[in-house]
Design a binder for this molecule. Structure first.
Ligand code: ZN
Length: 320
């Protein structure tokens, strides 16, 4: 896909990106706040093509006969590097390798571009490495960071970037909760398909809904039942991360309901969520979200996962 393909769906981002090159006002670093837009990775790649192609192609008719645009699409262009989470995290070694690759002189283009998908998944040491990289920008290197969860990035990283906010992607009720979540938490089309088609993932949705119901109705009992409610479904670090992500999305939907806004995700569980919303004030829900986000960050520094859930519940209690 080329930049012009996004004119309708992301008109504001489209215009800013186009003008930044046309008016010669390119930033050293862009942070795309992607808001779960399904074609976010394609848009980042289209922008990279626009930057790197000497003809600055923006539409597929022109690009059809362009060997540079084609090589970028094929992943065969040395001045473009794309970093994706390796497992649950983006690691320091990945950033170090990028810096090493980019320390040599450009051969194919006067510019170099790197894209970081799911930038919020950089662990602490990767975040520090990228920060140093952003603090000493080189004229010919442009960074494109993508995130659906800008609040999980270091403020120091955010402040070094030009933020491009995407427009909200409307989640229609025609999509199942599982489909919507697949688009939100998975990166590649392959992963999205796999997640949607795996029946076991419905158990995960059931588990988080059950966890919240049990916690909100009888919070004293939850620690006793934590194994059957939580750990039977989320039993390793990666699972735990997924579980906490789902928990955050669930409480966000309860918050929507309590503020009389439309639900985004958990339509399939509407009745449960509506009754939960009657038990909680918006302030309660924000406290829950704060604690869960905080504990999700502890996973990045290798916290013990069995203890983490107990501590999280105790912390929820403390702030009740
Ligand atoms: Zn081209």
């Amino acid at each position: 896909m080329m930049l012009d393909d996004f004119k309708q769906e992301q008109p504001i981002a489209y215009k800013i990106l186009l003008n930044s090159v046309k008016k010669n006002r390119c930033s050293h670093a862009y942070l795309f706040e992607t808001k779960h837009y399904p074609k976010k990775n394609e848009l980042a790649l289209a922008f990279a093509k626009y930057l790197l192609c000497p003809h600055h192609h923006t539409n597929s008719i022109e690009a059809d006969s362009c060997h540079i645009c084609k090589r970028i699409d094929d992943g065969n262009f040395t001045e473009l590097k794309i970093i994706e989470p390796d497992g649950a995290w983006i690691k320091k070694e990945q950033i170090d390798e990028l810096q090493k690759d980019f320390s040599t002189k450009s051969v194919e283009s006067k510019q170099k571009v790197y894209i970081i998908h799911s930038a919020e998944k950089m662990n602490a040491s990767a975040s520090n490495s990228i920060l140093k990289f952003l603090e000493e920008p080189e004229d010919n290197i442009i960074a494109i960071l993508l995130t659906d969860n800008i609040y999980q990035l270091l403020n120091t990283i955010i402040s070094r970037c030009q933020i491009i906010s995407f427009q909200d992607f409307p989640n229609s009720k025609e999509h199942s909760t599982l489909e919507i979540i697949a688009n939100m938490i998975k990166n590649t089309n392959e992963e999205i398909e796999e997640f949607k088609n795996d029946e076991k993932n419905i158990d995960k949705l059931d588990a988080v809904v059950r966890f919240v119901q049990q916690y909100e109705t009888d919070h004293k009992k939850i620690l006793l039942n934590i194994k059957s409610i939580w750990f039977n479904t989320f039993n390793d670090r990666e699972g735990m991360l997924e579980g906490l992500d789902l928990l955050i999305l669930l409480y966000k939907d309860i918050l929507n309901i309590s503020l009389s806004l439309p639900m985004d995700i958990f339509h399939d569980y509407e009745n449960h969520l509506v009754s939960l919303s009657h038990m909680l004030t918006p302030v309660d829900i924000c406290h829950r979200l704060d604690v869960i986000i905080e504990y999700k960050n502890y996973l990045k520094v290798n916290a013990n996962i069995n203890l983490l859930m107990d501590k999280l519940i105790i912390e929820l209690e403390r702030r009740r």
